[in-house]
Design a protein around this ligand. Structure first.
Ligand code: L34
Length: 296
């Protein structure tokens, strides 16, 4: 088998078009445009690139955005105070602190400082908890984007074996929750693998759907998967490459050539999950502005 491509750029475009239309009618009804507040701590080049993609997407769909860049020396208390100001600001609908943040700050403390009604990343324990029990919530953008892709391409998940490699709070863990829930697209039998998993291949080889979110180029090879598997490669690592203009290329966690020989579907890197993450953020920000999830 030779895999078909799950086209994240195309599908993200569709999602953004639909958000843009909804924003337009929201504003035509007399409401102000939704506003996203991005907070970037320090100067991580990859983070700056992702935040740039997010603010361009906002502009594209009619969402206002502002990026506050803070020095990497900022204390946890100062950062939570800044967040408190945005929590209280009526004109701010969504708040996002781009991760990673400097090591002296505890990410979950910062995330918990965000008003969960403005937590468009879906990382706040309130949203994670509500997702876990199947209540309306902000779903994390990358997992929500993965679900959207599976749905768009009519890839069944019910009763399938979904294997998630990587147990992060941003991707792996929430992806596994969404895939295993009975009340959403999901209903899959789900295995979560992580750095303590013994014999990774034993698990990946039985996957009908394989989601890899580790950040380790080439971790999964063709020999580790079965014929017909659907592969979602969330990894996006900059690997030095002096033949390119930027001096690097982006590489996923899967060895694309050998895995795509066996897979039925696969996401490319770039052009797969990344653009979907950005598109789902637009969707969440609109939901926040409309107070669709948490009416008040
Ligand atoms: N708070 N931190 C918070 N929320 C998030 O949802 C993220 N994530 C991850 C890192 N930190 C975060 C992102 O935004 C990863 N991520 C992200 C966002 C966008 C893209 C990749 C990762 C993206 O647009 N990727 C493009 C290529 C971009 C490039 O050229 O560098 C792609 O085609 O994959």
């Amino acid at each position: 088998m030779s895999a078909s491509i799950l086209d994240g750029v195309m599908l993200a475009g569709k999602v953004r078009e639909s958000v843009a239309a909804d924003v337009k009618s929201w504003v035509e009804r007399g409401y102000r445009a939704p506003k996203l507040q991005v907070i970037l701590v320090g100067e991580n080049p990859a983070s700056s690139a992702y935040v740039g993609a997010k603010t361009r997407a906002c502009e594209d769909v009619g969402i206002e955005s502002d990026t506050l860049i803070l020095p990497d020396t900022i204390s946890e208390i100062e950062l939570t105070e800044v967040i408190g100001d945005f929590n209280r600001d009526e004109a701010t609908d969504g708040i996002l602190v781009q991760l990673p943040i400097p090591a002296h700050i505890t990410p979950l403390s910062v995330i918990e400082a965000i008003d969960y009604r403005k937590d468009v990343d879906g990382f706040h324990p309130m949203n994670v908890g509500r997702m876990s029990v199947g209540q309306p919530c902000f779903r994390p953008c990358t997992p929500a984007g993965i679900i959207e892709m599976l749905r768009h391409y009519s890839i069944p998940t019910k009763g399938k074996h979904a294997v998630v490699v990587g147990a992060s709070n941003i991707v792996g863990s929430p992806a596994a929750i969404l895939l295993s829930r009975e009340n959403t697209t999901g209903k899959a039998t789900t295995t979560i693998c992580h750095k303590f998993t013994k014999d990774l291949t034993k698990h990946t080889i039985s996957a009908d759907i394989l989601i890899v979110a580790v950040g380790q180029p080439g971790l999964v090879t063709g020999q580790m998967v079965k014929e017909g598997v659907v592969v979602i490669d969330v990894g996006i690592t900059r690997v030095a490459d002096h033949t390119t203009e930027r001096g690097y290329r982006l590489t996923g966690d899967c060895d694309f050539d050998s895995v795509s020989e066996k897979a039925s579907w696969i996401t490319p890197v770039p052009g797969g999950v990344g653009p979907m993450t950005v598109a789902m953020l637009m969707k969440n920000t609109l939901l926040a502005a409309k107070k669709s999830i948490y009416p008040r």
